[in-house]
Design a protein around this ligand. Structure first.
Ligand SMILES: [Fe+2]
Length: 203
């Protein structure tokens, strides 16, 4: 037994994607999609999603693929993870174009994007996370976390941490912050969150 992997960072990140798309959909249906706050929220959503999927595609799925070489079902699942990521990219670009043209069907497009992203996140949580639990050690999982942190860098973390906490119940915030090193928590409290709030994303 290698001990259990705690997927808290994966879940809070997925929930932040879901929250952002709910905000996008609400903004579109209220006719606020082109306000600076909504544009900035959308740009940040794309950046966060890109970082998350890039590290999964370059580190996580390849690592698992190595370990399940003789299991066709698991290999098919990992191929699905990559193709679901690839399916989202053109939808993001199309939404960008529609936003630039102030298209009249932004609400429907936001709904379609939500349906595809939700489907992917659910698939990942229900099938890929159990496979990760089975095949990787908590040490491997920490390495994935460090790879994600390196990809974000300090500038990325300065947005990622307050973005995750945005709209989160206080108890969940405490649990999330408990996963971070004390100096990061201090930076977040003193600098990152105040700066993030001043950007008024999605407002
Ligand atoms: Fe994920």
């Amino acid at each position: 037994m290698n001990g259990e992997i705690d997927f808290i960072m994966m879940y809070v990140t997925h929930d932040a994607f879901r929250r952002d798309l709910a905000r996008l959909e609400a903004a579109a249906s209220d006719g606020r999609a082109s306000t600076p706050g909504v544009r900035a929220g959308w740009e940040n959503f794309k950046t966060q999603l890109h970082v998350h999927h890039t590290v999964e595609d370059t580190w996580l799925w390849p690592r698992l693929t190595e370990l399940v070489k003789d299991r066709p079902g698991a290999l098919a699942l990992l191929a699905d993870m990559e193709s679901e990521h690839a399916r989202l990219d053109p939808m993001l670009e199309e939404f960008d174009r529609a936003l630039a043209e102030a298209a009249t069907d932004l609400t429907e497009r936001a709904k379609a994007l939500t349906a595809v992203l939700d489907g992917h996140l659910e698939h990942e949580e229900e099938e890929a996370l159990p496979l990760i639990q089975e095949m990787l050690t908590p040490g491997d999982w920490s390495e994935f976390g460090r790879t994600m942190a390196r990809r974000q860098g300090v500038r990325g973390a300065a947005v990622y941490v307050p973005w995750i906490k945005d709209g989160m119940p206080r108890e969940d915030q405490r649990r999330f912050l408990g996963e971070l090193p004390a100096p990061v928590r201090a930076l977040d409290r003193l600098i990152w969150t105040p700066r993030y709030r001043r950007r008024h994303l999605w407002e």
